[in-house]
Design a protein around this ligand. Structure first.
Ligand SMILES: Nc1ncnc2c1ncn2[C@@H]1O[C@H](COP(=O)(O)OP(=O)(O)OP(=O)(O)O)[C@@H](O)[C@H]1O
Length: 785
């Protein structure tokens, strides 16, 4: 881990050309600003606010709702317009509708480019010309005026051309005419041989020729600036200061989707060709720089502006090819000034650097981006800005020594390049651009809150001895020509951070071998600590999974129980209902049957009497028949006549009996019908009963399914237990690894590999004991089920 990041206290790392003995010579006009070269104490990060005027279209769209009120040169008030989320939240009782912010200085919408340059950049540019490093970055939502502030228009240049103009005014007449000393790595200088110089000249000519005539017209001319330039810009006193000469170089690159692209490199002509992405490396002092970035020697502001224009053209070409807007990337224009001794073959006395960074719009992705590449792009932009915000917050937080903590500079390309400036490399300043539109109020408020935190960051620059910081001159093969300081050790040459991409071309083979050995040892210990960490994580994950499984098991058991209870209850209710229905039906049927068979008592008695009467008559007739046979016809005539009359009565009775029998028969038929109907109802009831039984079976199947689920949960629990067993075994094995004993390279690697691959085998014995405990744990669960 980078120890520099561990401390949030703004450390001093380097600040080239800060030795007053080199720049403080009597009569050096720039040194008149002595405060710049004092052993500088801490000072808050300068944060300037620039408010853009409304465009005609914005005024027509009713964007002007008095959202921004500048109270004085340092305080601005923001009032939420009625349709903003801030106002809606405020109406709900969350937050407030008016916010006040303090800045180093506030510039209203009437500020001219010249006034803005005067008020913000003057000190920084003077410092740069004096050998101090500087960084300026603009922050704000899209369309807030960031590019306008940095680049300006051809007629009215921004801070970049104005800074160049001041620098060229300062070095006028003292420019080193040759191109054979060129910036190299972070802070060094490469001495080019004549063939390289020719190549350098040809590359520059080819680059400048790529700017077509029509573009040339849009290039800012230095005279435009001079008319507006500061009157108190430092004048050059050549008579006194001509023992020095200067060489100015520029580079221009962008960070898009976390890739660094050189904007001054030839743009690929074919559609299938990708722009080559550049790497960020650390130099011998741990300062990050963009490797293989193209540097161009410039001799005037016009030349620099042409190069800026070419870079802009490449940027917009990339934009159209990729269907993106310019504001989607962060662009960084850097000027390096080499201070050289006098003569034809000068020595390099120092290198200073000033970077102007036009950050991408800070709008959040929920407003503007939704899907696909746009979301990825927005994510990357927002990530860089988020990390920048985190770094600034961490720096602010770390100012309290008790709270010093990790500053995540290395988490984005942008902050990695900004890091040296927050660690003492030079002065940094932030320009916040806002518009006053009501529709972007919420985003603007977000920007202001960000800058409020930035404003509290305290920057410390502690200059070191110049000898220590002396830039090295290297030959065309990259080998050092001028000796390095003996105090600079190998540790200084390479960054401590394993993640850094180290530019190994700066080391000799012995140094490399030594470094490889050190790195191997570091790798071993890192691997061991990683292994321990992995084991710890595995253990924690195992425990978390086990907890989850137990919870899952409990939840399922509870759900299963609930389901079983409700199903049983439902079935019992339905059974009761059917039983009641059957009872009712049987009762009704019995009542109906009873009604059908009912004969009134009077009728029954009358019939009974008639039957008795008929039996009596039959007896009388039988008696009369016996007498006739005994006493002959005469004796029986009377009797016969009475018998005749009796037999007629008998016939009548028989007829009536037959009628009654018919009635009885029809009654029997009716009874049969009723019985049939009862049978039918019985059958229906039996069918319903079958259906109910089937329903019960389905419910039972569902219950069995739930039981299976519960069993699976138990199995999962068992596997968690196994995992935990393996984990414990691995931990035991890991603890036996001897971290201190140096071992041969292959032996150690293979030993770690063996240890790692052997872990599960050894863990088996532990597994068995764990299995039993696992089963023991499972049993209560099963018992519950
Ligand atoms: N101070 C100003 N005075 C007049 N016009 C301005 C000012 N600031 C910005 N503008 C105009 O506002 C518009 C947007 O400005 P600019 O392109 O600089 O915004 P930006 O923040 O760089 O946007 P993006 O992030 O999308 O690149 C331009 O037309 C520019 O000319």
């Amino acid at each position: 881990m980078d120890t520099r990041e561990d401390s949030a206290v703004l450390c001093a790392e380097q600040s080239s050309l800060l030795d007053p003995s080199l720049y403080g010579g009597a009569g050096d006009t720039l040194i008149s600003d002595s405060s710049l070269l004092n052993n500088e104490a801490s000072h808050p990060l300068k944060v300037y606010l620039r408010v853009r005027p409304f465009s005609k279209a914005e005024l027509a769209n009713n964007e002007s709702q008095d959202c921004v009120t500048i109270e004085n040169s340092e305080i601005v008030a923001l009032r939420a317009p009625k349709d903003s989320s801030t106002m809606k939240n405020c109406e709900r009782g969350i937050g407030q509708s008016v916010h006040k912010f303090t800045f180093t200085r506030i510039f209203g919408d009437g500020t001219t480019q010249a006034d803005f340059f005067e008020g913000t950049m003057k000190d920084l540019v003077f410092s740069f010309a004096n050998g101090q490093n500087g960084l300026v970055f603009t922050y704000g939502v899209t369309n807030a005026g960031k590019t306008f502030t940095i680049q300006g228009t051809p007629k009215d240049g921004g801070i970049l051309p104005r800074s160049l103009d001041v620098v060229f005014d300062h070095i006028k007449g003292r420019q080193y005419a040759k191109m054979n000393l060129k910036p190299y790595l972070g802070n060094d200088v490469m001495k080019l041989d004549p063939s390289q110089v020719k190549q350098e000249e040809a590359t520059k000519a080819s680059l400048l020729s790529s700017l077509k005539e029509d573009h040339m017209k849009t290039v800012l001319s230095s005279s435009n600036l001079r008319s507006l330039a500061s009157e108190d810009a430092p004048a050059n006193d050549q008579g006194v200061d001509d023992q020095y000469q200067f060489s100015a170089w520029v580079s221009f690159f962008e960070i898009y989707n976390e890739y660094v692209y050189d904007l001054l490199d030839q743009f690929p002509t074919s559609k299938n060709q990708k722009r080559p992405a550049l790497k960020i490396c650390d130099d011998q002092l741990g300062t990050s720089y963009v490797k293989d970035l193209k540097w161009f020697n410039i001799t005037s502001t016009e030349e620099a502006c042409k190069i800026l224009q070419i870079g802009n053209k490449n940027r917009s070409l990339a934009s159209t090819k990729m269907n993106q807007q310019s504001s989607r990337s962060h662009s960084i224009f850097t000027i390096r000034l080499l201070k050289l001794s006098h003569g034809d073959d000068p020595g390099v006395l120092g290198v200073s650097e000033m970077s102007l960074c036009d950050l991408a719009g800070s709008e959040r992705c929920n407003k503007t981006q939704t899907v696909g590449d746009r979301l990825k792009e927005a994510g990357n932009i927002n990530n860089s800005l988020l990390i920048l915000g985190k770094c600034i917050a961490a720096l602010k937080h770390g100012q309290n020594p008790k709270k010093a903590g990790y500053v995540p500079f290395r988490e984005s390309k942008l902050t990695r390049l900004f890091q040296p400036f927050f660690c003492g490399k030079g002065k940094a300043c932030m320009i916040v651009n806002i518009n006053q539109c009501a529709s972007t109020y919420d985003e603007t408020l977000h920007v202001m809150k960000f800058s409020a935190v930035a404003k509290q960051v305290v920057q410390t620059i502690q200059p070191r001895n110049f000898d220590f910081m002396s830039p090295r001159i290297v030959g065309k093969d990259g080998k050092v020509i001028t000796e390095m300081d003996a105090n600079v050790s190998m540790e200084d040459l390479l960054s401590e951070d394993e993640d850094d991409e180290v530019d190994i071309s700066i080391l000799s083979s012995e140094d490399l071998l030594k470094k490889i050995e050190e790195l191997k040892e570091k790798l071993m210990s890192e691997r061991q600590s990683k292994l321990m960490l992995e084991l710890q994580i595995r253990k924690e994950m195992g425990e978390a999974m086990y907890q989850q499984m137990v919870q899952l098991d409990e939840t399922w058991s509870k759900r299963f129980e609930d389901f079983r209870e409700t199903t049983e209850e439902q079935l019992e209710n339905r059974l009761e209902m059917y039983k009641k229905a059957i009872k009712n039906h049987a009762y009704r049927q019995a009542m109906e049957d009873l009604e059908e068979d009912y004969v009134p008592l009077d009728e029954f008695q009358a019939e009974q009497e008639k039957v008795e009467e008929r039996d009596r008559r039959i007896e009388e007739l039988e008696v009369a028949l016996g007498l006739r046979k005994q006493f002959g016809d005469e004796g029986g005539t009377d009797l016969l006549s009475s018998v005749d009359s009796n037999s007629r009565a008998l016939d009548a009775l028989t007829k009536r009996c037959q009628e009654k029998e018919k009635i009885i028969l029809s009654l029997k038929v009716q009874i049969q019908n009723i019985r049939d109907e009862a049978d039918l109802n019985g059958r229906r009831l039996a069918e319903e009963n079958d259906m109910l039984k089937q329903h019960l079976k389905i419910k039972e199947q569902e219950i069995r399914g739930l039981q299976n689920l519960a069993e699976k949960a138990i199995q999962l629990e068992a596997s968690v237990t196994d995992l935990q067993g393996q984990l414990d075994a691995s931990r035991k094995i890991a603890s036996t690894v001897d971290v201190c004993e140096p071992k041969p390279k292959k032996g150690l690697f293979s030993s770690i590999k063996n240890t790692m691959s052997g872990t599960p085998k050894k863990a088996k014995s532990v597994e068995k004991t764990e299995e039993t405990t696992g089963l023991a744990r499972k049993k209560p669960l099963l018992a519950r089920k």
